[in-house]
Design a protein around this ligand. Structure first.
Ligand code: 5GP
Length: 233
């Protein structure tokens, strides 16, 4: 189906959202700048929107092919994709295979250490509070999601972790950690938002370091895109 881009309906930290002629579909435009790490770090480079859109499309399709339902419909332009309109759940689900980032400071763990088992964490999506870590009891008590939805999210992120780790292994990348968000469509959960190097730590499997030249963040996105597009497009 042809999509027609209508007016801007929202602007977030990493994306612009546009209405389409289909009330069930919206267009998301990946911006060249993004706030990551709970709004503490700003990432900007010229091709960020385009690379994020293309990487996200490959990964969302990969999830769909492996039975994980997402909001993704199709790529619309270099920087834009059509996605299904969903009611977002204000919980970020983080999956960690290696210790990195905030868990190291919080629990005194050595960075880059492989964890004995994947760790799941939940954060309450709230900019003013800095997306604090919560547990499932907070989520029910605050009516962010139901117990059934929480059980479903836990099941789905475990599946996503397996699909992503297996796919990335083939191209010499380890998935140190990633964050996903969910939306509801007619009461059904779908993976929404994005899966890109902005929302995941994807490391070189040999060095356990970031890909790219280590200086320009653009080379990291570029290399991940090149590897993924060769293997999965
Ligand atoms: P950490 O809690 O260590 O900063 O992040 C853990 C993982 O979740 C990382 O892959 C990070 O990219 C992702 N993540 C967590 N919160 C956010 C967020 O607010 N924005 C983005 N873009 N990624 C996040």
């Amino acid at each position: 189906m042809q999509h027609e881009k209508l007016q801007l309906i929202a602007e977030g930290k990493t994306k612009l959202v546009w209405e389409t002629q289909n009330p069930k579909h919206i267009i998301v435009e990946f911006k060249d700048d993004a706030m990551a790490f709970h709004g503490k770090r700003k990432i900007f480079f010229e091709n960020k929107g385009k690379l994020s859109n293309q990487i996200n499309a490959i990964l969302m399709r990969l999830l769909e092919e492996n039975g994980v339902q997402t909001h993704f419909v199709c790529v619309f332009s270099d920087k834009e994709s059509v996605v299904k309109r969903a009611e977002m759940i204000p919980v970020e689900v983080v999956v960690r295979n290696y210790a990195a980032g905030s868990i190291c400071a919080r629990l005194g763990l050595e960075s880059h250490k492989k964890l004995k088992a994947p760790v799941l964490e939940f954060c309450y999506k709230n900019d003013e509070l800095g997306d604090p870590v919560i547990n499932e009891y907070h989520a029910y008590a605050m009516e962010l999601c139901t117990q059934e939805e929480m059980a479903n999210m836990v099941y789905i992120v475990s599946r996503i972790n397996k699909v992503l780790c297996d796919a990335m292994k083939k191209i010499g990348i380890v998935v140190a950690d990633f964050k996903v968000e969910f939306g509801r469509i007619n009461g059904r959960l779908v993976v929404a938002d994005e899966i890109t190097p902005t929302t995941a730590r994807l490391w070189d499997a040999k060095t356990l370091d970031k890909l790219g030249d280590g200086v320009n963040v653009s080379t990291e996105y570029e290399q991940i895109y090149q590897k993924l597009s060769k293997a999965f497009k």
